[in-house]
Design a protein around this ligand. Sequence first.
Ligand code: DHE
Length: 525
Amino acid sequence: MRCRWSRPPTIVAALALGLWVAPVEAGPAPDTAALYAEHCAECHDPGRLGGSGPALLPENLKRLRKKSATSVIADGRPATQMPAFAETLTAAEIGALAELIYTPLPAIPRWSLEQMQASRVVHNPIESLPEKPVHDADPLNLFTVVEAGDHHVTILDGDTFEPLWRFPSRFALHGGAKYSPDGRFVYLGSRDGWISKYDLYGLKPVAEVRAGINTRNIAVSADGKWVMVGNFLPHTLVVLDAAELRPVKVIPVDDGKGTSSRVSAVYTAPPRNSFVAALKDIPEIWEMSYAENPKPVPKGFIHSHEPGMMEGAFDYGPFPVRRIKLEDYLDDFFFDQAYRNVIGAARNGSNGQVVNLNVGRKIADIDLTGMPHLGSGITFAYQGSPVLATPHLKDAAVSVIDMNTWRTVKRIETLGPGFFMRSHENTPYAWVDVFFGKDKDAIHVIDKRTLEIVKTLRPAPGQTAAHIEFTRDGRHALLSIWEMDGALVVYDAATLEEIKRIPMRKPSGKYNVYNKITLSAGTSH
Ligand code: DHE
């Protein structure tokens, strides 16, 4: 939809409430392509791939119901350049445009290295950044908080709980913030494929690049040199030079026989010096090494886009792809703390699978029927054994699974399906949200020693409470009131008493620098 800074909002409150009824008219069906070209293409790209406005593709609009999209076209979006069209277009025309943007493209769009390069913006070159923090906060106890309500990010001091810096982000950030290994830089990915890097010393943006059209998530290598981006559209993994986000390599995700795949998720595996990706449409896990020197390609490694490459040959290019074949597709996954095993949700939704990366095959099925959002699983010790715990998106339960035997130790019944679970080495408790249903305002606190729910908090009755993260010392737990007029609520993690409430615009994820860079077992990596 065309962005016009100067255009004043023309819509009355009734529109915002969805009460607006456009003039009914008879006549020919709207010429949707012409309407799109006239009103939308300038900001959203003639091919709907996004420009100064977000991409208008079903994959990118998953979180927005068609009805809401219709309201956005009619009413505009406050505090953005998206104008209201209710007075310019008829209801039928608005409906036709809404229909169009939920129609898949006829073919997977291309997004080449050259297009990425052309999109790149360096806001503040690395050499211009300060040597020391320009603030007095502990740089390792900062939180990056995503405010999804108005597409902003707040950098929060984890000792005083005072915001240090608030800045506008790209549209619809998703997935965890990722830090450089020293914690100085934070990288964020948007669903539209924008990867942004910020300096937490200078409190400045460093660089941005559009690495995909619809992006899943990003990972930063353990040596801090590379960022890998996993895309849904196009079917690629993209390597960026982490310094100023220069695109380095596009790895097409295909099986070499004509089937390409979306990337379910990509993560870094620090002890292995590799990135590991799960694929949505090919039953394989890919491991991409970033070791410095050329090495013989071990059994199972092939170079996906150099067809002449044979197993056992030398690979002189960076990021050779090791393909591990699976019996079932893998959605999201996470690792054990040693990064030996990948624990993933199988697409069939009837079980989870454990894949040992050393031997390159599945070693166990596990009882994970409720489609966990596995990036939010945690691990801890229970009665002398390592266990993993995860909520489910479809079941009102938390599964606790022994990581030696891969048997379920306990299913903890909750008040509803949950999205996120968190803990910390210095607390006996694990916190889990109830994201869906009538108890979406509840947060369960589970005692890791007994696997019993010891308290259910309701920080804002009737409002969604979700996503917990601890301070670096584990003494405080921060959670989101996930509403437009929401807040970050800080709890004393020992007494479970609230100590502070910081107003925010639909805060979603929050990420503590220290817990992330030390790969705390209680949080996502
Ligand atoms: Fe997420 C992380 C997948 C819907 C908020 N989500 C992730 C990750 C994956 C994932 C693979 C790990 C990425 C990482 O951290 O590197 N999410 C999916 C889905 O497949 C799903 C179910 C459907 C979809 O639309 O993509 C989904 N996710 C959502 C939401 O609806 C949430 C609640 C709101 C939103 O922003 O879209 C949501 N996902 C999050 C958040 C994280 C996340 C806040 C980071 C969690 C963390 O603590 O690391």
